[in-house]
Design a protein around this ligand. Structure first.
Ligand code: FES
Length: 103
């Protein structure tokens, strides 16, 4: 499991796992899903509907919609604004608004 976090001089909450497209990744209490994804080296949150181009975390403040994902079955969830919780399920989304899940 990749861990791209700063290791020295940082205190974190309790560690736990979240599931991203069927893969377990490490998260910590007080961390957004976006932070967990970046630390795990995952850059793609959704794909554009027509050309399937990747989109990911860009603004980090809930404005650009690049980080929209399906979280616990709820589409269009902005993971930069959503806290990671133990055992939450996160899925890549295709499109936005009227979404699809990858096949
Ligand atoms: S990164 Fe822009 S809305 Fe989440």
């Amino acid at each position: 499991m990749k861990n791209g976090r700063i290791q020295k001089g940082v205190s974190r909450g309790k560690p736990f796992e979240i599931e991203v497209d069927g893969e377990k990744i490490l998260a910590y209490e007080g961390e957004t899903i976006a932070a967990s994804l970046l630390a795990a080296g995952k850059r793609t949150c959704r794909q554009t509907k027509l050309t399937k181009e990747p989109r990911g975390i860009y603004c980090g403040m809930g404005v650009c919609m690049g980080c929209a994902m399906i979280v616990n079955g709820r589409p269009n969830t902005l993971v930069c604004q959503t806290m990671a919780t133990p055992n939450c399920k996160v899925q890549t989304q295709i499109g936005i608004g009227n979404w699809e899940t990858p096949k």
